[in-house]
Each structure stands twice: as structure tokens, then as C-alpha cells.
Design a protein around this ligand. Structure first.
Ligand SMILES: C[S@@+](CC[C@H](N)C(=O)[O-])C[C@H]1O[C@@H](n2cnc3c(N)ncnc32)[C@H](O)[C@@H]1O
Length: 235
């Protein structure tokens, strides 16, 4: 199942109990002005990336979740840690954009690298859209069956798509109506597709969902949540 809230994540989180979600996987604004960067000319210039989230937002993220994976973790005042995840974007070295991005995690493990071309998933709707494969990789590395995954800064829903593909409950917030609408379409599409991924022993094992009628796929049963007021009523 999924719930994708259209609006500010802070009041949404404030309405949640402590440890409401098993895992936060998120990619908050980095405060770099990337959304206004002329390098990304095909996207509208926007200012949502001019500042990092406030301490209050971070405090809420840690209150409402048991575990955290925070992309752009090197930009925020988070505790020093060895447990970084690195996304090697496979960019040419002389290109103007970063060759990698880093996630801070609350898990106790040595740093890991995921090598996946930034161009591999094709045209992006969102100027800082993360590949679904990246989000699936980092969720599958830690999540256990039955976990809930929450992304307070969901953009066009890459985290939620990945969580749904892995058979997990997905929750997210996005403040921009445009990105929320595009994300909702992607998440609904993921819910309607057979899932090729499972989480046995906390590892990603692609499996053919061969036995599948829609009814046999738990993602396709009756678990759609859309943007009805009842679903998104918290904030
Ligand atoms: C770095 S982008 C996330 C992109 C996402 N990883 C994806 O793949 O689409 C951060 C997103 O946070 C949203 N945002 C900024 N402030 C927010 C807030 N207070 N509550 C919810 N969303 C917010 C922005 O509109 C932007 O889409």
C-alpha cells in the first residue's frame, strides 16, 4: 500500500506518533540552488533547493522513524559516521556535474558503493530525480519484509516506487503539486505492475513473478491509496 501526501512534510510528521515508520529514505533539498542551476535548462527554474531543511524537520524525521537513509547527508548537520552509501553516477570526470552522491545512514556497516549511470533511466521529470534502481538498492540492503518506508521529500516518488516494487508499504510527502501529481502516476503504475523483486534474508533477489495473476500479487489487490482527502487528511 502507499500514501502520498501533497503538502509540507513538517505538519504531516508532527501528526505521526514516535517511530511510526520503520525506515526513512529521503533526498531532501541540498541547499545548493540546484533547482535554479542553468545547467539543468530543460527544467523550470525553482527555488525549493535554496536552503536545507530546518533542525526541527530533522528532529521530526528522527522522531517518526526507526532507521534513516538520507541522501545528500554530507550537506546536513548529522553525526560523523562511517556508514555512508555512495552512488557512483558514472559521469565523465571533466563534466560539470558531480560524479557521485552520498547518503548518511543510521545502519552499522562499512561504506558501500552503487555504480549506476545517471543516464540509464532516461529522461527525468524532476531536476534532481534519483534512479528507482538506486532507491531499490539502498532499501533492499537494509529493509525487512513488512517494513514501512517514508520519504518526506519525495519529489516524483522514486523512493515510493522502489518501496512498492519491493513489496513494502510506502509513505511520502511532496510540497509541489506538479511533482506530486507526476509522482502519483508513477507510484500507481508501479502498484499495477507485477513485482520482480523480493526481500528474502534482507537481500535483493530478482525473481520472476511468474505465478502471477493480479490477485496473487499483494501489490495489486486492493491497496491503492490516491489523493482523496481521507487518505491525505493529516496535513
Ligand atoms: C531533492 S528533491 C527529491 C527528488 C526525489 N528524490 C525524486 O527522485 O524525485 C526534494 C523535493 O522536496 C520537495 N520539498 C521541499 N520542501 C518540502 C517540504 N517542506 N515538504 C515536502 N516536500 C518538500 C521539493 O519540492 C523537491 O521536489
Amino acid at each position: 500500500m502507499f500514501t502520498f501526501h501533497k503538502g509540507d512534510c513538517l505538519p504531516y510528521m508532527k501528526a505521526q506518533p514516535d517511530k511510526a515508520f520503520d525506515l526513512i529514505v529521503t533526498d531532501p533539498p541540498y541547499g545548493l540552488g540546484i533547482a535554479a542551476n542553468p545547467v539543468r535548462q530543460k527544467h523550470e527554474r525553482e527555488n525549493w533547493d535554496s536552503e536545507i531543511p530546518t533542525d526541527e524537520v530533522f528532529a521530526e524525521m528522527f522522531r517518526v522513524s526507526k532507521h534513516q537513509i538520507i541522501w545528500g547527508g554530507n550537506y546536513y548537520p548529522l553525526p560523523p559516521h562511517k556508514n555512508y552509501l555512495i552512488w557512483d553516477k558514472q559521469q565523465p570526470e571533466n563534466f560539470t556535474l558531480a560524479m557521485c552522491e552520498m547518503a548518511w545512514t543510521s545502519f552499522d556497516m562499512p561504506a558501500k558503493i552503487f555504480r549506476y549511470s545517471v543516464q540509464r533511466e532516461g529522461a527525468n521529470i524532476h531536476p534532481t530525480q534519483k534512479p528507482v534502481a538506486l532507491m531499490r538498492w539502498c532499501i533492499a540492503k537494509f529493509a525487512e519484509a513488512g517494513w514501512s518506508v517514508f520519504d518526506p521529500f519525495a519529489g516524483v516518488g522514486s523512493t515510493l516506487v522502489a518501496a512498492v516494487e519491493l513489496g513494502l508499504s510506502a509513505y511520502g510527502c511532496e510540497i509541489s503539486a506538479k511533482y506530486h501529481s507526476a509522482g502519483l502516476k508513477r507510484i500507481k503504475q508501479a502498484v499495477s505492475m507485477p513485482s520482480f523483486y523480493t526481500l528474502p534474508n534482507n537481500r535483493l533477489h530478482p525473481t520472476a513473478f511468474g505465478v502471477g495473476t493480479a490477485a496473487a500479487n499483494p501489490l495489486q489487490s486492493n491497496l491503492f491509496a490516491d489523493d482523496s482527502p481521507a487518505t491525505f487528511g493529516g496535513g
